[in-house]
Design a protein around this ligand. Structure first.
Ligand code: ANZ
Length: 815
């Protein structure tokens, strides 16, 4: 028996694939393409965990399978390498983030290669490569020139300890998700991308996508399109209006007070300022989620002003309360306590009037119904009433139809070192507001006597891209919210045409690099364009994108936004980047809990590979259960797939040039059908089960037919590629099977020639007959009544009934 030396075999084939460039992607005019993409990893210091190989093996199976099916396949890998951890490490140890990043990439790459993944490594990229940064900056400038990137004073989550602005998702209960440092809301000059201008397109584009339903739903909810009415309430005795947004204009006659968000521009102008100010300051420290939670006790303060109801003309008090959000709708609501849960809680708490205007159940009654107590609108159903009230308001010029979105513009600056510099510069002005001439003073050595004019941003010329980060060993954030680059004055200030200018010191968020990496893979190395029209046409869009569900909203929404924009600019053809999306399920620790260092339940793929080999790790991860399911790791079960691997090899090693028998042939064709149709649906666990059945059968034979063993090797190869190649080689082939055609089955041979079927007489099995599964009833009867056992129990009786289920059973009722 030939031994299977797993370490030696796997290393040999990995070296072969590398030297041979077996998986280099090329387009051929006469073939179709498949672009199969993994969410590229952040190369963290801890290396791969077993969650990574799950998705990567799934895409690798598809890449190998589709190559064998005759497609040109693009299957690339790269690194999402900007971001906080490398910078934090630099602050702690003094090691430059570039050094840390390169080292971590080295580790990741070694680990991925050890898995035998069929990437085209010639297309490898890192978001930190100057050549890649150049085009990330270029895309930013396209957005800038299209008016979609602008500066704004944005109330942001400013974390003084981390020295940065955080996304809402990064703030939990007023503390930073990383490190639990206090976070405050403060206005800061920021670059903002106007993703809201794409809200409708981003919604509409979802319709044609083959994505998980939950992810489509999350994206729709995140965009949060809401159709309603804007209503103007005049501030009594003033020319100011408070504009509110409501989705229930039919309840207007039940509006008994108006509430402003604490951030509302009028909040501090309507009297009772001291109390309002104190209240607003406290609200600034809370998250939106905390503020709007239904269960929360409602807080608020009254202003000293009243609003005039636009239809009844009655006075209603104006309050300030933090359950109204500054950034949604108009930042103000008309409160209808009888029909809105939060307004109801608030009115109860503060003794404000509650007036029912919709007939129905107990208050607060939030379902549709018929208008009551609503004057001219009485008797109208909710739908009609919405229209009637909105029409009336428009006649009075006090309101109109309005669409709002939950989606906010995307705050696109970070006050950090390890990110792409934003390629924008500003004029430096002297004390008279004139451009500061060179020689007047040197802004690199003094902080006085000049000013940066942020109102005149200018793009760095494309010829000067990439704008690189300065070399420094001073990456730590400081108290200046402008970020650490603001301290590197030799970089920040420079002279152009005899005058001083200043560079933008904000850097891009980590999302930037991951917004378009899939485009670059298709044309990595192109100096003249971010992607050529030909490469775009050759490879895009991505046919299959696999990655974690944690990216359901932000990454996938941001990438879609950039892609739609580039499509509008006629720079890429397809409007959507990712046709089909799949999220792999989480792999839990053996204890059924999420793997984490602190729990000590993390499985290290290096160790599994060292003990059992890469094929075993791949097979096990695919055999654990459906790709999208959450599954616990069970080390003991790895030995099952190891036995399978060895059986496949032993069968191939003793393959003989013998004719294939009928039973083997049927099993083989059924297996080819099942494995192929399963792979088509990413049903990898059931495909492996079938291969187990087939391999057990073949290995159990004294002389397994070569033909069947070859098909087995071909089918095994996407799952366990080293094993596939090794079997192919012991079967006498000198070339790799990676380019060999996939197997084809014959439907006619998928039918068992004969089945064994029970014959019952009055409910008891009296005989077994062998016949074709689709044999005619007459033939089945003839065979049954020829059996001695059947004759014995029917002799002298009257056959009342025969029930024949082809392939299953023949039932005789005799009296
Ligand atoms: C009056 C009313 C009566 C409302 C009623 C609801 C029921 P969606 O569907 O999420 O768009 N609202 C508007 N702006 C708000 C803000 N900035 N902060 C908090 N709440 C706000 O929700 C729209 C509804 O949420 C609006 O309709 C408004 O309350 C509230 F029986 O207006 B409604």
């Amino acid at each position: 028996r030939a031994a299977y030396d797993v370490a030696q075999v796997e290393e040999k084939w990995q070296r072969f694939w590398d030297d041979d460039k077996t998986f280099r992607s090329q387009r051929n005019a006469d073939r179709d393409k498949k672009y199969i993409l993994d969410m590229f990893p952040y190369p963290s210091g801890s290396g791969l965990h077993v969650g990574h190989p799950e998705g990567y093996t799934a895409t690798d199976i598809m890449a190998r399978y589709w190559r064998m099916k005759g497609f040109d396949v693009l299957h690339p890998m790269g690194w999402d390498a900007f971001g906080l951890p490398a910078e934090q490490h630099a602050i702690n140890t003094g090691t430059h983030p570039r050094e840390t990043t390169l080292k971590n990439i080295g580790t990741f790459k070694r680990q991925l290669k050890a898995l035998g993944l069929s990437y085209d490594w010639d297309r490898e990229l890192s978001t930190t490569d100057p050549d890649y940064v150049k085009w990330t900056q270029w895309i930013f400038l396209q957005l800038f020139e299209a008016g979609l990137a602008e500066q704004k004073e944005v109330p942001v989550n400013w974390c003084p300890a981390l020295g940065t602005v955080l996304a809402n998702e990064e703030v939990i209960d007023g503390l930073s998700e990383r490190g639990d440092h206090p976070v405050v809301r403060a206005p800061l000059r920021q670059w903002v991308l106007k993703i809201t201008e794409y809200a409708d397109k981003l919604l509409a584009g979802l319709d044609g996508l083959d994505w998980p339903a939950g992810t489509l739903r999350s994206q729709r909810e995140w965009i949060g399109r809401s159709e309603g009415t804007s209503v103007k309430f005049q501030v009594k005795g003033s020319s100011e209006d408070v504009e509110v947004f409501t989705t229930r204009p039919d309840t207007l006659m039940g509006a008994t007070y108006v509430v402003l968000a604490p951030e509302h521009p009028l909040a501090l102008k309507l009297g009772n300022e001291d109390a309002v100010k104190e209240y607003a300051d406290a609200a600034a420290r809370k998250s939106d989620l905390d503020r709007t939670a239904d269960a929360k006790t409602k807080t608020g303060v009254p202003t000293a002003s009243f609003a005039v109801h636009p239809i009844s003309g009655e006075d209603v008090p104006i309050w300030v309360a933090d359950y109204v959000l500054g950034a949604y709708g108009t930042g103000a609501v008309m409160a209808v306590p009888a029909h809105d849960t939060r307004d109801y809680a608030f009115a109860e708490a503060f003794g404000l009037p509650i007036v029912r205007v919709v007939d129905g159940g107990d208050l607060p009654y939030t379902d549709p119904g018929v208008c009551v107590n609503s004057g001219e609108f009485d008797g109208l159903k909710t739908g009609k009433a919405k229209k009637a009230v909105t029409y009336k308001l428009s006649q009075l010029e006090r309101g109109e139809k309005k669409v709002t979105y939950k989606l906010r513009d995307w705050v696109f600056s970070r006050q950090r070192y390890w990110g792409e510099p934003i390629p924008i510069t500003f004029p430096v002005l002297d004390q008279n507001g004139a451009p500061l001439p060179e020689g007047a003073l040197d802004p690199r050595v003094t902080d006085e006597g000049f000013e940066i004019d942020f109102s005149k941003p200018e793009a760095v010329p494309v010829s000067q891209l990439p704008l690189q980060l300065p070399e420094t060993d001073d990456y730590a954030p400081g108290e200046d919210p402008a970020g650490c680059l603001a301290r590197i004055k030799d970089w920040r200030f420079y002279v152009e045409d005899g005058h001083w200018r200043a560079r933008e010191t904000n850097t891009m968020p980590q999302w930037a690099g991951s917004c378009w990496y899939y485009l670059r893979y298709a044309d990595n190395g192109n100096d003249a364009e971010f992607i050529s029209p030909q490469s775009d046409e050759d490879w895009l869009p991505v046919d299959l994108y696999v990655g974690g569900a944690e990216h359901a909203v932000l990454h996938l929404l941001y990438a879609r936004f950039w892609h739609l924009f580039l499509h509008d600019q006629k720079k890429v053809q397809a409007p959507e980047p990712f046709k089909k999306l799949v999220h792999q399920g989480l792999i839990l620790g053996a204890d059924g809990e999420k793997m984490s260092k602190s729990r000590g339940n993390v499985v290290n793929p290096d160790e599994v590979i060292a003990e059992h080999g890469a094929d075993a790790l791949r097979l096990y991860e695919m055999f654990m259960g459906p790709l999208e399911a959450v599954k616990p790791w069970q080390t003991a079960q790895v030995s099952g797939v190891v036995r399978f691997r060895d059986r496949v090899f032993q069968a191939c090693a003793k393959a003989a040039d013998v004719a294939i028998d009928e039973e083997t042939e049927v099993l083989l064709h059924k297996s080819m059908r099942k494995v192929t149709t399963d792979i088509d649906q990413l049903g990898f666990n059931t495909a492996i089960s079938q291969l187990m059945v087939l391999s057990k059968h073949l290995e159990g034979m004294k002389e397994p037919p070569r033909e069947a063993c070859e098909k087995l090797a071909l089918m095994v190869s996407p799952f366990a590629p080293h094993l596939g190649e090794e079997c192919w080689s012991v079967l006498g082939h000198s070339e790799s099977l990676a380019g060999h055609a996939w197997v084809e089955w014959d439907e006619a041979k998928c039918v068992d020639a004969t089945v064994t079927m029970a014959v019952q007489v009055n409910g008891k099995v009296r005989a077994k007959i062998s016949l074709a599964p689709d044999a005619a009833e007459d033939d089945a009867r003839a065979l049954a009544f020829a059996e001695e056992g059947v004759q014995k129990f029917t002799e002298g009786k009257d056959v009342k009934k025969v029930i024949y289920v082809p392939g299953k059973i023949l039932n005789i009722v005799a009296k």
